[in-house]
Design a protein. Sequence first.
Lengths: 225, 79
Amino acid sequence: MNSSVIVFPGSNCDRDVATALTKLQFKNKMVWHKDSELPKSDLIVIPGGFSYGDYLRSGAIAAKSNILKEVIKAANSGCLVLGICNGFQILIETGLLQGALLRNKNLKFISKDVSLKIINNENKFCKKYKKNNIINLNIAHNEGNYFTNKDHLKELEDNELIAFKYCNKDGLINESTNPNGSISNIAGILNNKKNILGMMPHPERMVDNLISNSDGVELFTSILN
Amino acid sequence: MKFAVIITLKKNVLDPQGKVIEQTLQSMGVNSLKNLRQGKYIEVELNETDEKKAHNSIEDMCKKLLVNLIIEEYKIKKI
């Protein structure tokens, strides 16, 4: 399976994603933001970091870059797109995913491992996870407080478009287990066609038991199959 | 022709920075403080003599890039 990782000035998780993809048997290519052509891809990953120094709003400038025009075209024709952390912020700014990512409620940059519950697994990104299972991934962000209106929240719930929610190790989902203030503890969402996933946690950091855990592996192997 | 664009979070969107500034001012003894919102200020200078055209062009910039209309609102002022 062919994957492309988009690289912006300020991306800093691009090589981590590339390492994870290659380890899990993807044929990966790195694509610079100024390029105007995408290599043939089954999966496009928009990685974490601080594209364009987070100027104006996180992801706002990257969303208008050359290569994003091609990513939007590919996404609209069904290509799988995964946005992690800053990548999620960029997808929101392009309008491919709805809602907004505000500053964390406690105004602090949060970097820690969190527990997540698999809310919906009937999509190409999560099918190797079991519904309601709890996994541990790392988060590292300043603007991860997901916000949307009531109608869209209902749409997300009714159409099974919420992939992950923040919880504790026992699976409890409430305000005390919400690290950043996200509405309804949301950590990752899909678009209506379920070919685009945006998530704040970093699955690419969790693919090797030697340095962390392997809870991120199933996300990538779900895509492979 | 020069314009100021003032961007703030919409009223129903939590503004934690504004809240912290508000609480700090209150703790400093500013008793008359009712509400405080923090925002962004952008100055834009245009090569345009027609004020209406200039205004429209800035509206366009706001909608396409400067403002996230889901969470923010804006005001344009000639300066």
